[in-house]
Design a binder for this molecule. Structure first.
Ligand SMILES: [Zn+2]
Length: 268
């Protein structure tokens, strides 16, 4: 179920993998995407299992309708009028788990522990160019956050993301480190490198969870197989009084395979 998971200082972040659910091939097993041809009941069951593992009720595990834009939604709790079309969810509420669904795009989880703000962001090539990271950091600042940390989850790597040269140049104009070369020496984009650049430019402290979705057998990849599922990155803030997850609490993360996260030190 979990590719990587960490809980510290009242914030839990988790990246799922594709195992442990009930989705049938070719979406096996733990597909969390509701728009990829999976049985709706199966997706609901998989999401329910994730909510249970995270310790939130299923109606408090929230995913958006991602649309490759820069729209940010600030929410206070479970949906009251449908799932919003946006690429970033932000909340100051405790015990609401915010999720982003990916299969090659970059999942980004943001938090300011002191201000009590968390967010989940979906960034593909288009999101990198249209500025969804800046829009989300601006939203955090508007809520009083000024010491933001980010976890950048696994996504397709630059070597695996071959594109036309003009497309690479367009991304590089916005985020120069995103310019890359593919395994075969053709133009490519490293969207995650561009995302890290955009975060550090805003003074955000970054932790990278390594892994290329196209190369790693535990992750879904759209470039590997277009008929595929979606894995998730989820963030949740505990209520301060929570004896399990409050500030200072620690919790075992038993079933997570060893994945070394990398702290990108000295932001800016
Ligand atoms: Zn790769």
């Amino acid at each position: 179920m979990f590719f990587w998971r960490e809980q510290r200082d009242g914030i839990e972040v988790a990246i799922t993998d594709r195992w442990g659910g009930s989705s049938a091939p070719p979406l096996e097993e733990f597909n969390l995407g509701g728009h990829v041809g999976d049985d709706p009941g199966t997706v609901q069951a998989n999401r329910g299992a994730l909510a249970q593992a995270l310790g939130v009720s299923p109606d408090r595990l929230l995913f958006m309708n991602q649309c490759h834009g820069s729209s940010v939604q600030v929410i206070e709790g479970p949906w009251t009028s449908g799932v919003p079309e946006c690429d970033a969810l932000v909340t100051m509420a405790a015990d609401v788990a915010l999720g982003v669904l990916v299969a090659d795009c970059v999942p980004v989880l943001l938090s300011d522990r002191v201000a009590g703000v968390i967010g989940a962001v979906h960034v593909g090539r288009q999101g990198l160019i249209c500025g969804v990271i800046d829009a989300t950091v601006d939203t955090f600042a508007g809520l009083g956050a000024d010491a933001i940390g980010a976890v950048v989850g696994p996504s397709i790597c630059g070597r695996c993301y071959e594109v036309p040269e003009a497309m690479r140049d367009e991304a590089a104009a916005v985020a120069p480190p995103s310019a890359d070369w593919s395994w075969t020496g053709t133009p490519a984009i490293d969207v995650a490198a561009g995302v890290v650049h955009q975060l550090r430019r805003r003074g955000v402290e970054v932790t990278r969870v390594p892994g290329c979705s196209r190369e790693h057998p535990d992750l879904y990849s759209y470039r590997q197989a277009q008929d595929t599922g979606r894995f998730a990155a989820v963030i949740r803030r505990y209520a301060a009084a929570d004896p399990v997850g409050g500030v200072g609490a620690t919790r075992a993360v038993g079933d997570v395979r060893a994945v070394g996260a990398v702290r990108v030190s000295e932001a800016r």
